[in-house]
Design a protein around this ligand. Structure first.
Ligand SMILES: Cc1cc2nc3c(=O)[nH]c(=O)nc-3n(C[C@H](O)[C@H](O)[C@H](O)COP(=O)(O)OP(=O)(O)OC[C@H]3O[C@@H](n4cnc5c(N)ncnc54)[C@H](O)[C@@H]3O)c2cc1C
Length: 390
């Protein structure tokens, strides 16, 4: 079984890759981000460029045609993109979480069948876990897969699924034994391509995170063969679905760092240009206090995230580190984007400036990959376990 942990890339390759990303952001993304975001338009030409850059295979193993990036390099890449436009990282990240589930837990045949097409972006998708009545309490899902002949018949509804409209394949969490106790023992994860019985219910309208599609997905007598059951064994779904959480949390943390740093950069520039009472506002102490806090938060968020990613790359258990990074960086994104809005005065409230988008995008970081309420509880439990005096 191939694993992301332990993959290496030399410093020169990493520098070159990040340089390529920087040039792409300046040339292709920064000039069009407001246009797409305000129209809530799926950025099809940008998705084609992301395919060429190899982003859909960023963390997929090189043996399957991916870039095989270690988590630390991937986090730096996500930070850079998110500092310009966070939402587009969701287009390849949710997809990479699907690929990770197959790479980590799939059979050799499943890896060979799906990963090469996912690495090129020919097949794109995401994770379909959440249901209208079950988000945090994932074991409370109601979608069932009933054994039928040599396959399964699936019924139920998923909601809030990223890439739900534009994607063509999803990791679908279901109950194969709804009566199992404990509940997780009755859960299984399937590779679910769009075909008869699988339809988009509706597109969900959101505060921010525009242009990437979030959708309700409806499954009615949707049939899948046994070959689609990840790993080929029932009852493993809960662990498979949550098995990518460390990397998922490092990714959300990196997105938070990007927003926190992006908001800081725009505020730093604006505060030196905007004058009141005869001097740039960065010379007023009230603004200096804000910039000082923002810069410290952004740096701390970056260091926590890289610390978690490097532990992941060393193959160490890093649920505590990834949880801390996700919690702190997402709150840093929320606070820095709010402060950026204040520093920009009325212009922060204007759609002509980028900080209003950051202000709308940041709260999602506090919800995704485990809400920050749950995150603090998880951190605390892990902390006590690692520091037990028993
Ligand atoms: C833009 C967007 C994209 C998303 N993309 C995806 C996706 O691609 N795939 C997918 O499967 N899901 C996706 N989600 C869903 C997301 O994972 C869930 O929203 C999240 O897990 C929280 O679930 P919930 O919204 O049902 O909140 P609930 O679970 O109902 O929680 C409500 C509140 O109660 C708190 N809470 C719940 N339980 C506890 C507890 N035990 N202790 C303390 N506090 C608690 C929560 O922190 C929260 O504040 C997405 C959501 C959004 C908004």
């Amino acid at each position: 079984m191939s694993s992301l942990a332990g993959r290496r890339i030399d410093a020169a390759d990493e520098t070159q890759l990040l340089h390529t990303i920087d040039r792409w952001l300046e040339k292709e993304i920064r000039p069009v981000v407001k246009q797409y975001d305000h129209a809530d338009l799926y950025p099809t030409p940008i998705v084609e460029q992301m395919k060429e850059l190899g982003l859909f295979g960023a963390t997929i193993g090189t043996e399957y045609g991916g870039l095989g990036l270690p988590a630390a390099t991937y986090a730096k890449l996500v930070m850079r993109i998110s500092s310009v436009w966070m939402a587009i990282t969701g287009i390849f990240n949710s997809h990479l979480m699907l690929a990770l589930a197959i790479e980590k837990f799939g059979t050799p045949a499943q890896r060979q069948a799906w990963l090469p097409k996912m690495a090129t972006g020919e097949v794109r998708g995401g994770l379909a876990l959440t249901e209208p009545d079950a988000g945090t309490d994932l074991q409370g899902i109601r979608m069932t897969a009933r054994a039928d002949g040599d396959g399964y018949v699936i019924n139920g509804t998923k909601t809030w699924i990223s890439n739900g409209i534009e994607g063509s394949c999803f990791a679908l969490l279901v109950k194969t034994d709804p009566r199992a106790e404990p509940r997780y023992k009755g859960m299984s994860l399937f590779i679910a391509p769009k075909q008869q019985g699988f339809r988009v219910g509706r597109k969900l309208e959101k505060l921010g995170y525009k242009s990437i599609d979030s959708a309700e997905l409806v499954f009615e007598d949707y049939r899948l063969s046994r070959e689609h059951l990840i790993g080929g064994v029932e009852g493993q779904g809960f662990f498979q679905a949550t098995g990518g959480l460390e990397l998922g949390r490092i990714n959300v943390a990196a997105r938070g760092v990007g927003i926190a740093e992006g908001a800081l950069r725009l505020s730093t520039e604006y505060a030196q240009v905007r004058k009141t009472f005869g001097k740039p506002i960065c010379e007023h102490q009230a603004i200096q206090l804000k910039l000082g806090e923002m810069a410290t938060r952004a740096r701390a968020a970056r260091l926590l995230t890289l610390d978690a990613a490097e532990a992941f790359d060393r193959g160490e258990r890093c649920d505590l580190e990834a949880g801390m990074a996700k919690y702190f960086s997402s709150e840093a994104a929320l606070e820095n984007s709010t402060e950026a809005l204040r520093i920009h005065g009325a212009y922060g409230y204007s759609k002509e400036y980028d900080v209003e988008r950051m202000y709308r995008d940041a709260p999602l970081m506090c919800i995704g990959e485990g809400t920050n309420e749950m995150q603090r509880i998880i951190i605390s439990k892990q902390w006590i376990k690692r520091n037990s005096i028993a």
